[in-house]
Design a protein around this ligand. Structure first.
Ligand code: CP
Ligand code: NVA
Length: 331
């Protein structure tokens, strides 16, 4: 049956079938070629979307804005300092109001329950722009980038995520890999393994049985062998800055270095990162933490800038994939 996502919210890849994810990826590839060729069909003419951000953003916000504007939609941006949501107005009332004004709502914040609640009450599609436990639009961009750089189909690709294996990106990768029949390894310290949500692990293992995916958690560097992608993310996510000293202690052995890349045994292994990244000391945060004795770089500058690094293609693909999600759900 033909895929039709009109009217659907995009809260987690777990809500979508492999065919529906395939459809969004194909649409993103197509929209990217069209944009390169200067073709724009303005399929969102007359539509308006609103972006709610309770955490900061560069890529996700700009991707939503450019994607919507490319296709002719109007965009409103609200951060937590400039709306009533959460302070003077409940999430339920906010959703009901915004659903009367807008054709779609993007939300970035803390609890997954908030984005789910917005979707329940808004009456229009809601898109998850990152929560504490998921980042589904990032995974679509990452899958698209892998397809551009890896000669193999996704179901033969092995992704090793090195670092804070209990963060939103690691869980988002579990969902994406489980759905697309891929091999995923969360490579990190035993201490963090103990913090993993076992309900999530059980759910992704169920999906993996159907799709042929392999989802593993390991602290053994042998798991790096044969990786097609080494993926990194910051060691302390937004809102977790107080954890930096402990994370540096736990995660320094999992920093992505040239040695770690070499131990994949794959000279073509891609380096990927959702960004923003600490790979040098050209940020206030990396500098100030170093002054306190904490080197928070999750990847070396050599790997970040190497020929195997596709991080800026990934960043660009945020826009094409987010455009695909908006077009598929509200056009
Ligand atoms: N990767 C990502 O979501 O980046 P931003 O935090 O800049 O949106
Ligand atoms: N884990 C990171 C991802 C940023 C895109 C964070 O939540 O801060």
């Amino acid at each position: 049956m033909a895929v039709n996502l009109k009217g659907r919210s995009f809260l987690t890849l777990m809500d979508f079938t492999p065919e529906e994810i395939r459809y969004m990826l194909d649409l993103a590839h197509d929209l990217k070629s069209k944009k390169r060729a200067g073709i724009c069909n303005k399929v969102l003419n007359g539509k308006n979307i609103v972006l709610l951000f309770e955490k900061t953003s560069t890529r996700t916000r700009c991707a939503f804005e450019v994607a919507a504007m490319d296709e002719g939609a109007g965009v409103t941006f609200l951060d937590s300092g400039s709306s009533q949501m959460g302070k003077k107005e409940s999430m339920e009332d906010t959703a009901k109001v915004l659903g009367r004004f807008y054709d779609g709502i993007e939300y970035r914040g803390f609890d997954q329950e908030v984005v789910e609640g917005l979707a329940k009450y808004a009456g229009v599609p809601v898109w998850n722009g990152l929560t504490d436990v998921d980042h589904p639009t990032q995974i679509l961009a990452d899958l698209m980038t892998i397809e551009e750089h890896c000669a193999k189909p996704l179901n033969r690709v092995k992704v090793v995520f090195s670092g804070d294996i209990r963060n939103n990106m690691s869980y988002a990768w579990m969902y994406g890999c489980a759905k697309m029949g891929m091999h995923y390894v969360a490579y990190g310290p035993d201490e963090l393994m103990a913090e993993l949500d076992q309900d999530v692990i059980a759910k992704v293992q169920e999906v993996a049985k159907e799709t042929g995916a392999t989802i593993e958690v390991s602290s053994d560097p042998k798991c790096l062998e044969g990786a097609d992608v080494i993926y990194a993310d910051v060691w302390a996510s937004m809102g977790e800055e107080a954890e930096i000293p402990e994370r540096v202690r736990l995660l320094t052995p999992f920093k992505v270095t040239e040695e770690l890349m070499a131990s994949t045994g794959n000279p073509d292994c891609l380096f990927m990162h959702c960004l923003p990244s600490f790979h040098d000391f050209n940020t206030k945060m990396a500098q100030s933490q170093m002054e306190l004795g904490y080197d928070i770089r999750e990847v070396t500058d050599e790997v970040f800038r190497s020929k195997n690094s596709v991080v800026f293609d990934e960043a660009e693909n945020r826009m094409h994939t987010i455009k695909a999600v908006i077009v598929a759900t509200i056009a």
